[in-house]
Design a protein around this ligand. Structure first.
Ligand SMILES: [Zn+2]
Length: 242
């Protein structure tokens, strides 16, 4: 939806939950078409392209909004940080606080579904800009994200994968997995197909922001003996200019 945002819908055939509705209209249209009733709205962070549709959906279905503990989203019914006690559509849900892109950013992990909704923290092939945190805080949040099982599917908030992987080839030009993934992603994009979700395993192998320990990457940046945080900060700086 919008230019390059993703909202995600989970359902059990009757009830549905939506993650990051930046716009209510396409969500309402989809739910109407497949005859689902909305039971939960999830929001990862306060940016309008992730939550602008929440109030209208809440009004239409009378369902609760679960999201960050932040005055900038006053209509949130259940404000969450790190929390493991939820059950949604009979599936257990673990909320993780992942500050960095914004200070109150949260992500939603469904361990039994092996799915994680990462908003603007972890992207496929990249990560969000650091708008409110520090590189150290953001890196810590990314490490937390990838602490889940390797086969977990990564559902992020934007279709940025191709550009992210193009950047990855500049900092790890000998990483064959990056080039293969870029080719796969180009194939999908040419056919107007989504490149999301990926998996945690794929991200570990190809996402430069998760690879601050890679000897090739460190050599390319001339930072062989730097700390992981310094390598991460340099990567983020370069990507911001890319
Ligand atoms: Zn954002």
């Amino acid at each position: 939806m919008l230019a390059d945002n993703y909202a995600w819908i989970l359902h059990n055939g009757v009830d549905a939950a939506v993650v990051d509705p930046g716009d209510a209209e396409p969500v309402l249209r989809f739910l109407e078409r497949v005859k689902l009733r909305l039971s939960h709205v999830f929001i990862t962070h306060h940016h309008a392209d992730h939550c602008a549709g929440a109030v209208e959906l809440k009004r239409a279905f009378g369902c609760p909004v679960i999201g960050p503990d932040d005055v900038r989203v006053p209509y949130v019914d259940h404000a969450v940080r790190d929390y493991g006690g939820f059950s949604v559509l009979s599936e257990s849900l673990q909320v993780m606080a992942t500050p960095g892109h914004t200070m109150t950013h949260v992500i939603f992990h469904f361990p039994n579904l092996r799915a994680i909704f990462t908003g603007d923290t972890l992207f496929c092939g990249g990560c969000g800009r650091i708008l409110e945190g520090t590189p150290a805080v953001m890196l810590q949040s990314l490490i937390k994200c990838i602490g889940v099982e390797d086969i977990t599917s990564v559902y992020c908030g934007h279709e940025y994968t191709e550009e992210n992987l193009l950047f990855a080839t500049t900092v790890e030009p000998d990483n064959k997995d990056v080039w293969q993934r870029l080719a796969d992603v180009k194939y999908l994009q040419r056919r107007n197909l989504p490149t999301v979700p990926s998996t945690i395993a794929v991200e570990r192998a190809t996402n430069p922001f998760l690879r601050t320990g890679s000897p090739e990457l460190r050599k390319k940046l001339g930072m062989q003996s730097a700390t992981g945080v310094d390598v991460f900060a340099e990567l983020r700086k370069r990507k911001d200019r890319f």
